[in-house]
Design a protein around this ligand. Structure first.
Ligand code: FMN
Length: 369
């Protein structure tokens, strides 16, 4: 158990001090919105609010799960409280980091508990797919899911899919057989929304179709182009061979822009587009491509680690203002209209998508959810 907690410390430390991002882009440079010389709207009538999983949010931006598992007063506790206060003020959803530590060491539960400072925030708990594998050392069931949600008064649960990280990690849990069957049991048993979430390597159309079939409520695609878990594990491991493996897989995965188009085309599920989202123009492109929400993690880690609530708010409001500016320049009054504006897809992303989806039907139907 100590190992789970130590690992979390190391992950945060490396994410704060090293370059842990992919060496490749997340693909949105190949996605183009068309400038509109006559927008025929007033900038101050633009509405950034969105509906997602039955709730209304002021901005189409979510902070996705990063941490938890330390004692009260320590770093993970501080990060979650800081993010929670910012999310409460902004009225946006907040994800927590893996609650495995809390299941193994129940006394760490308070580092995930933020209801006292964020009574209204839409809070998403987090557990890992490998713990639901048939051959997991201690296979989780619906009981652990309900405990993770209810102990901290969360509104939903994200099950993270991280085979890349687990395959690189020296002590990784690579027990992924039987996860779909476990997800089917969870979604049919509990009343809370279930989000299937990648962690930086993207979701393909095939996996998205499987996830839709077992009844998940949304997918966080978390594609390639932002935080790389191979990079994080590269810095953590001292074993030469494992380091080499981590380096080779630094840029493994499906770029966020590509994953988004595949999943939007193949399913009707709401999508959180995350993975390297670092400015509002990119975020507006993702929303125009059919995402319901955009997700960020790494950009708010630094202010959160310092307890800087205003710093987190400033970053997210900055993105929001850029999204608003794009919406003005393409003549979209709200996110629904943004999802209907024309899009041009060029280069590598176009070439990929032509082999994987019917690009024209996707471009026509990207606003279906
Ligand atoms: N994702 C999870 O589902 N569970 C986690 O426990 C988790 N821990 C993370 C810790 C850190 C420090 C960071 C930076 C990310 C973590 N993630 C975790 C992944 C993020 O939620 C997100 O999917 C990924 O970092 C891509 O977004 P980004 O490029 O904006 O960082």
């Amino acid at each position: 158990e100590e190992q789970t907690i130590l690992r979390k410390f190391e992950h945060i430390k490396h994410c704060l001090t090293k370059n842990v991002e992919a060496h490749v882009t997340n693909g949105f440079e190949d996605v183009h919105l068309i400038h509109k010389s006559l927008p025929e709207i007033d900038k101050d009538e633009i509405d950034l609010s969105v509906k997602f999983l039955g709730r209304k949010f002021d901005y189409p931006i979510m902070i996705t799960g990063m941490t938890g598992g330390t004692r009260k007063g320590e770093i993970a506790w501080r990060i979650n409280r800081t993010l929670a206060q910012a999310a409460q003020e902004l009225n946006i959803p907040l994800g927590l980091g893996s609650q495995r530590a809390m299941i193994e060491k129940p006394e760490t539960w308070e580092s995930y508990y933020v209801r006292d400072v964020a009574p209204d925030v839409f809070l998403v708990g987090n557990l890992g797919a490998p713990q639901f594998g048939r051959n997991a050392k201690k296979r989780y069931s619906v009981d652990e899911v309900l405990y993770a949600i209810e102990k901290i008064e969360a509104d939903a649960i994200a099950i993270h899919m991280n085979p890349l990280q687990e395959s690189i990690q020296p002590e990784g849990d690579t027990t992924f057989s039987g996860v779909l069957e476990a997800l089917a049991e969870i979604t049919s048993t509990i009343d809370y929304p279930v989000i299937a979430k990648e962690t930086g390597a993207g979701v393909s159309k095939e996996v998205a179709v499987e996830l839709e079939a077992v009844g998940v409520d949304a997918i966080d695609i978390s594609g390639l182009g932002g935080t790389s878990w191979s990079a994080v594990e590269y810095y953590r491991t001292k074993d030469g061979e494992k380091r080499n493996l981590a380096l080779k897989f630094w840029d493994w995965g499906i770029k966020t822009a590509i994953s988004l188009a595949e999943v939007r085309w193949a399913t009707n599920l709401p999508i959180i587009a995350s993975g390297g989202m670092r400015d509002g123009i990119t975020m507006a492109k993702a929303l125009a491509m059919g995402a319901s929400m955009v997700g960020i993690a790494l950009p708010v880690l630094r202010p959160a680690a310092k307890g800087d609530v205003e710093g987190v708010i400033r970053i997210i409001k900055g993105y929001a203002e850029e999204i608003r500016n794009v919406m003005f320049l393409v003549g979209a009054r709200n996110i629904k209209e943004l999802r209907k504006v024309p899009l041009v897809i060029t280069g590598f992303v176009r070439e990929w998508l032509l082999q994987r989806i019917d690009l024209n039907s996707y471009l026509r139907a990207r606003f279906k959810m």
